[in-house]
Every structure is written in C-alpha cells, then in structure tokens.
Design a protein around this ligand. Sequence first.
Ligand code: BES
Ligand code: MN
Ligand code: ZN
Length: 505
Amino acid sequence: MLDVSVQSGVPESTVADVLALFITDPPELSAAASALNERLQGRLRQLVEDGEIKGQLGHVALVHTRGELAAHRLALVGVGKPPKLDADSLRTAASRVVTRLRGIGGGTIAWCLDPSLDLDPTQQARSLTEGTALASFDHGRWKTIEPRPKEIEALVLVSERTDELAELEAAAHRAARTCRWTNRCRELVDAPANELTPAELASAAESIANELAGLSCEVWGPEEIRAAKMGALDAVGRGSANPPRLITVRWEPEEAPDSPVLGLVGKAITFDTGGISIKPSARMADMKTDMGGGAAVVGAMGAIAELTMPIRVVGVVPAAENMPDGHAYRPGDIIMARNGKTIEVTNTDAEGRLILADALTHCRELGATHMLDFATLTGACVVALGDFFAGLLGNDSDWVARVQAAAAASGDHAWELPLHDTYRRHIGSTFADFKNASDLRQAGPIYAASFLAEFVGEGPWAHLDIAGTAYLNRTRGDYFTGAGATGYGVRLAAELASALAAADA
Ligand code: BES
Ligand code: MN
Ligand code: ZN
C-alpha cells in the first residue's frame, strides 16, 4: 500500500525526491511557491514568465533545487482554471507527478496542500492520495522483457497548519486503504480468463475474507446452485469446463444496528463469448473484464471491512463463464429463476441479467434492505455514456439519489437513466414470464434494468451499468494513465456504505 503521511511544516525543509505544488491557470505563484522562489533566486518567477510553468491541468514543470531546498526537485503542477477545479483535477495532477517520477527512478513525493485553493484541505489530502495511489498501478504484471516502472515509495502531505493534522491524516489513510482495494479489484479485472476462472475468483474472495477479521465468505458450486433452484445462473454456467460459483461475502460487525443491511451484487462473467449467440471476434478479448462488477464487490467488501465500517453489508457475486458447447444453454430455452419466474432465453449473450436475477433474489433473501448491483451489462451503455459515467437506474428515487451522491463524492461517476413501466413490454415473452433480450436496437441499458427489477424482491434497489467504466481501451486523459481496469465501484461502494452508516447512526 502507498505509505502516506501528513507533516506540518514549511515546504523548504521537506525532504523528498519531488516536492509538488499546485499552479492554477493562468499561472500565479501561491504564497508557498513565492517563498520557494526566494530560495531559488527567482528561478520560479522566471519560468512562469518564460511560459515553462503552466497552469494547464496536468502540466508538470520539474525544477532541480541544487541543494537550495531539502527536496531534490520541485514539480509545479497545473490544476487548470479555478472555476473548473474539482477533486478530479487534483487526482489528475497527482497522477502526473507519479508518471514523471516513475520514469526517472521512483522514490518519494511530497505535496503541499494549498489553503488558497477552493477545495478544503481534507478533500485535497484525499484526492491527492487517490490520484497518487491509483496512478501507481501497474497493468503490465505479465511482462517479462521490459523493466517494470519504478515504485512510488511514499507520499507526504505537507500542511502549514498544525490544528488539522489528525483530520488530514484520517482522510489520507482512508483514501490509501480504499485505493489499495481498488487496485486489488483492478488486478482481478485485468487478469485473463485462463487465470481467473469462477473458482479462482471465489478463492480470491475467500483469501480476502481470511485476511480480515469479521469478514466471512461462503462459496457454492454447481450442485448447491442447482439445489437452490438458481436456474438462471446454472444455465449460463453450463457450457463451460470451468463451472460456476456463487460467492457470498458478509461483513457483520457487532456494533452495527440490525438495519439497514447494504446488499452489494456484482456480475462476474469471467469470460463472455456470447455463448451460442456468439460474439464477433473483434475485441472479444475485452470480455475477460466482464467480471468487473463482481471484482468491485469483492474489493468493496475488503475496503469496508478494513475500514471497520459500522454497518452490515452482504456481497453476492454470481460467477460463471459464458461459453458455447454441447452442454450450453440455447436461444429459445425456457428456464426458471430462483424467485420462480420463468425466462425465455432469446439471446445467450444477454447472460449478465440472468446470473444477476438469481443473485439479486438471493441477496434480498439474505436480508439486504438496500441493494446496489454493479454490472458490465450492455454495449449500449458504452454507446450512450462512453467511458466516464456509469449508467444508474433504480426503483426508488431516494436510494438512487444516495447512490448518485456516493458516485460524485468517490470519483466513480454515474449518470441516471430512466426506468419506467412503459419499457417493461419489451421484456415480455410469448411463452414465459419474461424474455432476456429484446431484438429492438433501442434503450438497451433500460431494458436490461427493467428485467433486473423483476428479481429484486421488495425494497430499494439501484443498478450501475459499468460496461464503459470498468475497463478503459485507451486513456481518459485523467489519473487512469492508460488502458486497463479502473476498479470502478470499489470507491463508490465504500463511500455509500460509510454514508449509509453515518445517516442511520
Ligand atoms: N458483457 C456484455 C456487455 C459489454 C459490451 C460489456 C461491451 C463491456 C463492453 C453483455 O453480456 C452483452 O453481451 N450484452 C449484450 C446484450 C444484448 C444481447 C441484449 C449487448 O450489449 O450487446
Ligand atoms: Mn454477453
Ligand atoms: Zn456479459
């Protein structure tokens, strides 16, 4: 985990490989930067005049200090125009320092919190920690030829005030822990399907539960899944030589009240070929990430337990591999879900909503009062919202608003899409209660959510379609510095659990 600490003191005497400072656009030296400018004999002001220090978001000017400061180098980092400044700007600024330092040998980063920014210091501490921890992730762990980028050893947050150190430290530690679980989730999502089968995902969840006191994990195989009448999960998993699992993780701290119980559900298709309704081969490799929702739930359970949040949480992860085979389920098959409803399978590639149907029912049966699921569910959501906002839908406007608030605060952004009964006619079947896919090329994320809504039992439920946000094909130009898994959902779920615990305390 990123070693993060808070120091009170003046930037001049802070020891680090890089000492970083914010520069707003247009560039202006803050009070701290002006003091350093004196020490550096006016070189900073000169660099501003020469246009080498810029306020543009993410721009980094490195200046060697030649022994005039305790830090080896200064980084003057652009955070953009003040009206646009937000937590994401700070995350991005922090990530650029990581990238530069990793290119030149790694080491330690010290960041000066800036009281003149329009973002309170606690939020600055949190965002800088997040940007640093998330940008330090290495997606290339299977590479054996190129040397891996150098490690960031530590982050020191420098505050000139001494009265708020404990609060800053708490915010930074919390962020570092949450991001460590986010990165753990990213490892799972990046992992290829030959390594990460449903059974391997279940072992990962079990070992996380073993690491953390108070966290428990129960894993069911195909026999138990069939015995529990989870006909939908069973059908999807049947075509693979890697049999399905139902993973249930529980966090039940003694001090927590009996209610609310947060239920987190995550789609974990370890590889989605589409099944008999097979996908085209272009970009099919990306479908190793179709377990991003399940990995987010596993990571979130780790974060919630490590942060010992005073709230009951149950995580349910249905895991299966969607393969075509002589045992595979077919288009036209009619199956019965755990809640007794029948489903005509019109497309075996709409498998996510099937496994979620059984998992949502199960999660409610285990006592969840408030449910949220994460799923890489529809390509149409990627078409609609791209790679930044997840699609958010739900059956209860208060609950959706709470999820939305957690999304905005965490940096895992979400945009609400409508769920309305009128759309339900498109999931009606001639033969069964529902069909799993409509052949209309419209409103894909809404039909999928309308289907899920039939399996959530009584009570608030919300759904995040993370098809575009769980995994990036290219950089977003922010603190996710390249292609690969983002860990979407871990930060959001941790924020939501914490807010729910605080609201009901
Ligand atoms: N896993 C896919 C959705 C997906 C697509 C995720 C692209 C990430 C990137 C899902 O199982 C799927 O295949 N959905 C179908 C649904 C359709 C058959 C109704 C889709 O989006 O085409
Ligand atoms: Mn599919
Ligand atoms: Zn899928």
